[in-house]
Design a binder for this molecule. Structure first.
Ligand code: BTN
Length: 246
């Protein structure tokens, strides 16, 4: 295999040199009853991003999907996604990258001090369950780790470009440790997220299911929703896509 993943973390490892999507593999394992498995691949041939986008996943990246069976109200599931972005940003910072978080859960590197950025990592959470209970939850984390600029999408960056190549085994170990810590202490997630947020204080445009709003991002709530001050009112956005305006 491209990377030996003998991790000392409370997750067993399901490693593939090449796979369609680690999230799809993780969903299969979850459906079969698995929990606390980290699915990893050197390369994905059908990586998936949020909003039905493709996620470019050449060899050298960290393509990771974590299967959990959390005993929490489904409304708190977004905290798992925020926990994954905190864990990823922390691991990247330890690798020497100035990683920050763009709401809700993109890990980015600021380019200037005007809110512009390049994307380093993204998170795609998928779950199954009923309204009052989560059956399983898969958190997919894609990090442009040891990847050449020529293989990156526009407006993306990599650990290689920012700080040089990283030991992927050690990096994944740190992501899993931090993720495990925060999933066991969900109250600590939003404060940790706030400390890393690039979005707070920015002028933003947010695409919500109910329409677009523009204003200043002033806070995140305890459940991770973004509070936007439009000048006329404060609007709380639970889910959506956000763009920093300059
Ligand atoms: C985004 O749109 O920002 C989310 C990208 C998530 C990509 C990761 S890579 C590992 C896992 N497997 C996938 O197919 N997607 C996620």
């Amino acid at each position: 295999p491209a990377v030996e993943y003998g991790l000392e973390a409370p997750f067993s490892v399901d490693y593939h040199d090449s796979v369609g999507s680690t999230n799809d593999r993780a969903r299969e394992l979850a459906t079969d009853g698995a929990s606390d498995v980290a699915v990893l691949a050197d390369e994905q041939t059908g990586g998936r991003g949020r909003l039905e986008r493709e996620w470019s996943s050449p060899a050298g990246g960290v393509w990771l999907s974590i299967v959990s069976r959390p005993v929490i109200a489904p409304a708190r599931a977004p905290l798992y996604t925020l926990a994954a972005s905190v864990a990823t940003a922390r691991a990247a910072r330890e690798a020497g990258v100035d990683a920050r978080i763009k709401w809700p859960n993109d890990v980015v590197v600021p380019v200037d001090d005007d809110g512009s950025y390049r994307k380093l990592a993204g998170i795609l959470t998928e779950m199954e369950g009923e309204t009052d209970r989560i059956e399983w939850l898969v958190v997919g984390i894609g990090v442009n780790a040891n990847i050449d600029d020529s293989e990156l999408p526009p407006e993306a960056t990599s650990v290689r470009a920012e700080a040089g190549d990283v030991d992927r085994r050690a990096f994944v170990q740190r992501v899993l440790e931090e993720f495990d810590r925060y999933r066991n202490d969900l109250e600590a997630v939003v404060p940790a997220w706030r400390d890393l947020a690039l979005t707070l204080g920015q002028r933003v445009r947010v695409d919500r299911p109910s329409g677009e709003i523009v204003g200043e991002a002033v806070d995140v709530t305890d459940s991770g929703a973004l509070v936007v001050d439009t000048g006329e009112e404060q609007v709380t956005v639970a889910a959506g896509d956000c763009e920093h305006l300059r």
